[in-house]
Write a protein that binds this ligand. Structure first.
Ligand code: FPP
Ligand code: MG
Length: 352
């Protein structure tokens, strides 16, 4: 099974890369998705730097061309399969989902002064913060314009999703409650930062295709679980992966102090003398050691890899995936339902 990662796909990837990695059995569906994803790609370029020559147009074009595996447009197109996938506005719905994703990562990079994204210089690094802020504003304006053309439902969904993305980011910045409240805090952050847009993507496709409201609701709930599962599997990969598997050195989040579920659970586990001692040593390493240095990072990874927190994290992931599958059960058995099931299975494949 090919493995998937949520971020850091190298540049110049063809937009169909994720589609190619999924064993979708229906050839007509694959051909339709491939055609539509090509249209999405063209539209993304038209919408961002189609008008030309000003520096923000160049920067938005840079963001679109820098890569990304186009998961959200693929989800929007799959959502549309539960209605009329050829309905007008389906491609633009898919375009909106990718633009919101790109805009949110771009804002994240400005906030973090990140030097790169997808292996190429970030807009803030290449053009500076003033242009980066205006580029973000331009993206949001273009999204609003596209959504307005689709109608009130699309505008509302975009507004609600952007609201959740911002609140998720704000909550991540706020001090979490004591150790016992940290898992819940983390779950709510990932639901808003990851689940909200994954859910909105599939929902917007269904909405534009005129899918029945109960299908739209089931797909939205599926997306919430898939989104949280994606983030938790990323959290797991930071601890369990070999560099070649994820494209990212294990312990990268750990070294940067990014809270991940295995770390949060390991720090909170004082149920036995062994887990208590491991939690204390891990806390000391996180507080006092330089985890960008190999010996300290290797020790922290060893503590986490032998911690019950790893299996607890896998159980949370499995629960999200089980619930995602359950959301699909009442939907009609169109080929897109098998494709969505396959997406979940691909997720398990990369972390098991
Ligand atoms: C990346 O997280 C960030 C997000 C998934 C969401 C960021 C949201 C905002 C900045 C709010 C603004 C939203 C809009 C719509 C403009 P990460 O830092 O965990 O992932 P990374 O390792 O890929 O940077
Ligand atoms: Mg970031």
């Amino acid at each position: 099974m090919n493995s998937l990662t949520t971020h850091d796909v190298p540049p110049t990837q063809a937009p169909n890369r994720l589609l190619d990695a999924l064993p979708i059995t229906d050839p007509d569906l694959v051909a339709r998705l491939r055609r539509r994803l090509d249209q999405v790609e063209q539209r993304l370029l038209d919408v961002t730097h189609g008008d030309g020559t000003h520096p923000a147009a160049e920067a938005t074009g840079h963001l679109i061309s820098a890569g990304g595996k186009r998961l959200r447009p693929l989800l929007a197109l799959l959502g549309a399969e539960f209605g009329d996938p050829s309905a007008s506005g389906v491609v633009d719905a898919a375009v909106i989902t990718e633009l919101v994703h790109v805009a949110s990562l771009h804002h994240d990079d400005v906030m973090d002064s990140a030097p790169t994204r997808h292996g190429v210089p970030s807009v803030n690094a290449q053009w500076g913060n003033t242009l980066a802020v205006l580029t973000g504003d331009l993206l949001l304006a273009r999204i609003a314009r596209l959504a307005a053309e689709l109608g009130e439902g699309a505008v509302r969904l975009y507004a609600d999703t952007a609201d959740r993305l911002v609140r998720g980011q704000l909550r991540e910045l706020s001090s979490p409650p004591g150790p016992e409240g940290q898992p819940e805090h983390h779950f709510s952050v990932i639901a808003d930062k990851s689940g909200s847009l994954i859910s909105a993507s599939i929902r917007l496709g269904a909405l534009q295709a005129g899918a029945p409201p109960e299908a739209e609701r089931a797909l939205a709930a599926f997306g919430e679980h898939l989104g949280s599962a994606f983030q938790i599997s990323d959290d797991l990969l930071d601890i369990t992966s070999e560099r070649t598997q994820s494209g990212k050195q294990p312990g990268t989040d750990l070294a940067m102090g990014v809270p991940t579920l295995p770390v949060i659970l390991a720090l909170a586990d004082t149920s036995t003398a062994a887990t208590s001692a491991a939690a204390t040593e891990l806390r000391d390493l996180l507080e006092y050691a330089d985890l960008s240095e190999e010996p300290a990072r290797a020790r922290a990874l060893a503590l986490l890899r032998t911690s019950p927190a790893l299996d607890q994290t896998r159980a949370v992931l499995a629960d999200h995936l089980r619930r995602a599958h359950a959301c699909l059960t009442p939907l009609p058995p169109v080929p897109a339902r098998q494709a969505l099931t396959t997406l979940c299975d691909a997720l398990v494949g990369r972390t098991s």
